[in-house]
Design a protein around this ligand. Sequence first.
Ligand SMILES: *Cc1c(COP(=O)(O)O)cnc(C)c1O
Length: 394
Amino acid sequence: MSRKVYMDYSATTYVKPEVLDEMLPYFTETYGNPSSFYSLSRETKKAIDLSRDRVSKALKCEPNEVFFTGGGSEADNWAIKGAAFANRKKGNHIITTKIEHHAVLHTCEYLEHQGFDVTYLDVDSEGFISIEDLKSAITDKTILVTIMFANNEIGTIQPIQEIGSICREHKILFHTDAVQAIGNIDIDVKELNVDMLSLSAHKFYGPKGIGALYIRKGVKIDNLIHGGAQERARRAGTENIPGIVGLGKAIELAVANMEERNKRVRNLRDKLVEGLLKIPYSKLNGPTGEKRLPGNANICFKFTEGESILLSLDFEGICASSGSACTSGSLDPSHVLLAIGLPHEIAHGSLRLTLGEGNTEEDVEYVIQTLPPIIQRLRDMSPLWEDFLKGEKK
Ligand SMILES: *Cc1c(COP(=O)(O)O)cnc(C)c1O
């Protein structure tokens, strides 16, 4: 059987045909450099303006508060390094969490080598930070708080508005990595008290290699990419016009009928989780209910090993992930699963299935049918399982 089931939407998505259609003319016909002075380039300038408008509508901000970047990682790097270096005279302390994406974590680690102090907040067993911990971590040297909106591995949605109001109160800049939130959560940057917000098109059915950073009017951060005067002299480089056009269309579609789409995906996800938790010695990681991303399922199967599950699933045409795509390739268990308190050996046996618009009831059925024998077979080969069964018999 050559069925293909894609359940890795948090790693990336396909580009929607409507999105691609809008992008295509900007490769071959309307290719003018927007910084030039002829009508061909005026067209591309207009396309950028339209896209910026669309992003600003989705975030409920002004168009001139939106800056295009080369993706989510660049937006995170820019926000964090830019804020750190611009505020160095005020202080050198940054607060983040232990469960951030590596684009944030590794940026913070880099800044530690540059003389900054970073507090990595703990999270509870469902991945939530404690507001009290945040408050007590703040010192008179704190210049930036960066906390992700929604976690890419276990789907936890943080209390962003509350975090934002605490930062505002203390006059500390607040950045949030909202890469997983766009299209899943209603966002109003003013209401949320957010100063900077990162997003990336390929997580919401747009193209790869294009993202944006929202920078609230009046917030001064250093530039990351130096060169020409593009993006109002704050991010150099000839604009990725097709990418920008695709991002604009994709974000417009992502926020339209969001509730309805999420309800459908959440239903499929809940069926999947219900079916998979029937496998003995399995456990759902992350929260349940409204504070979890609608498409996210993360389950650990004791006495198994994530990479082996993935190989077997791939053989059956199922695309899934263990932890995040960025951690695969290393044998370390996910830093997120360790942070929620899973022991190493259990964190190793975890599987992330992230659903999206392309998934169907049949996909869910297929995974529910396919996975149990795989887990059984892997356990049958595991010495840990054998020992465990011996222990049970005593
Ligand atoms: C995917 C992702 C990123 C990185 O975005 P890229 O566009 O791939 O650089 C950053 N943060 C989170 C939470 C993500 O899921």
